[in-house]
Design a protein around this ligand. Structure first.
Ligand code: ATP
Length: 362
């Protein structure tokens, strides 16, 4: 089900000060996709999620779920959470420790007074779906973190919600388990074909899990797109910075060609992928991800986007070398194949592929 949000505002008041948690948020969350709200702590992600669920009362705006208006300040509509037909999975698993797995998952159905047989059928089906067959009688606390999170997911799914919302559900898991659970969750949600709204400040989680991502800053949605679009094609420094590691090199537009735009920078001219017409002299920032800095073999003579630098630091991280190269006064971060023969202190030639040099608005 599609979720449509228009002109949503939410303010909090604390110690006599107004906090604009959401400001004029307009957003359409596509039906049956995994949609993520990504942004730094305090940008309003949880507030937006809570407004969709109905746990928070916005000050103004409208929210419609599958065409039904569940909140409208102008039409005076407020549908309470239990009537919105949504499922929610929180950061803390919020499973009941005194109940076994079956009872935890059955709880939402018991509150609806469904028959015992019907409840048993639905719980078994859902436990099977989240790969917890045979765990029904296990005390909920005698499970691993990943399994507990699957119980929380089963409890949210058992009532067959129209939409499922997740508030940083993997943040209590260790790195390896988080990666596994993320993959699992993506495959569960894709198989279900349900609308999922996911909140995180973890860029890798957002990029790897989602069909679409909205980046938030200070109560506003500042960009929306597929993970590839927001990682590769954003022209906002905040988005480029928040979605991954990047080098930002300040400069000015030198010339605007058919395919590339030349930017004059402190390390020399850099040919960048052309996005829009740019007038010479205009300030611009070149963004290059560390994985797109290539080390050239042999003694390069120079050429377009070829620079010489000195390796200042080099760290072996298993699947790559990460380090810093000083080009003139500018320190660049890079990430190269773990088999590349480079040493700290070495003078090397680098190449930036113009297709991966993007121009940012400042
Ligand atoms: P995090 O990732 O840290 O959970 P978030 O992006 O989810 O952050 P919110 O929890 O939505 O951010 O908070 C948005 C802003 O509203 C913050 O400045 C926060 O301090 C403020 N805020 C949230 N809840 C309240 C409240 N109940 N009373 C006062 N201010 C609040």
């Amino acid at each position: 089900m599609e979720i449509r949000i228009k002109g949503l505002n939410k303010n909090y008041y604390s110690e006599g000060k107004k906090i604009e948690a959401l400001f004029e948020v307009d957003l359409t969350i596509p039906a049956n996709r995994i949609f993520t709200l990504l942004g730094p702590s305090g940008c309003g992600k949880t507030t937006l999620l809570r407004c969709i669920v109905g746990l928070e009362m916005p000050d103004a705006g409208e929210i419609a779920i599958g065409g039904e208006i569940v909140f409208s300040s102008s039409k005076n509509i407020y549908v309470p959470p239990e009537k919105r037909g949504l499922g929610m999975v929180f950061q803390t698993y919020a499973i009941w420790p005194h109940m076994n797995v079956f009872d935890n998952v059955a709880y939402p159905l018991q509150t609806r007074n469904e028959s015992k047989e019907e409840i048993a059928r639905k719980v078994e089906k859902t436990l099977h779906f989240v790969q917890l067959d045979g765990f029904g009688s296990r005390p909920a606390t005698k499970l691993s973190g990943g399994q507990q999170q699957r119980v929380a997911l089963a409890r949210a799914l058992v009532a067959e919600p129209k939409v499922i919302l997740f508030d940083e559900p993997l943040s209590n898991l260790d790195a390896k388990l988080r990666e596994e659970t993320r993959k699992e969750l993506r495959s569960f949600l894709t198989e279900l074909g349900i609308t999922a709204v996911y909140v995180t400040h973890d860029r890798i989680e957002a990029l790897s899990l989602s069909d679409a991502v909205a980046v938030m800053k200070s109560g506003r949605i500042i960009e929306m797109g597929t993970p590839r679009e927001i990682y590769f094609a954003s022209d906002r420094r905040f988005v480029a910075d928040f979605t991954g590691r990047a080098n930002f090199i300040e400069g000015r537009v030198a010339a605007d060609g058919d395919l590339f735009t030349m930017i004059d920078t402190a390390i020399g001219p850099i040919a960048c992928e052309k996005k829009a017409a740019a007038s010479p002299g205009k300030a611009a920032t070149v963004c290059i991800r560390p994985e797109f800095i290539r080390v050239l073999k042999g003694d390069s003579k120079g050429g377009e986007n070829i620079f010489r630098g000195r390796v200042e630091s080099l760290v072996f991280v298993g699947d790559a070398y990460e380090g810093e190269i000083r080009v003139g006064e500018t320190l660049l971060i890079f990430r190269i194949e773990p088999t590349t023969a480079v040493r700290e202190g070495e003078e090397i030639a680098l190449h930036f592929d113009p297709r991966h040099c993007s121009i940012l608005l400042n």
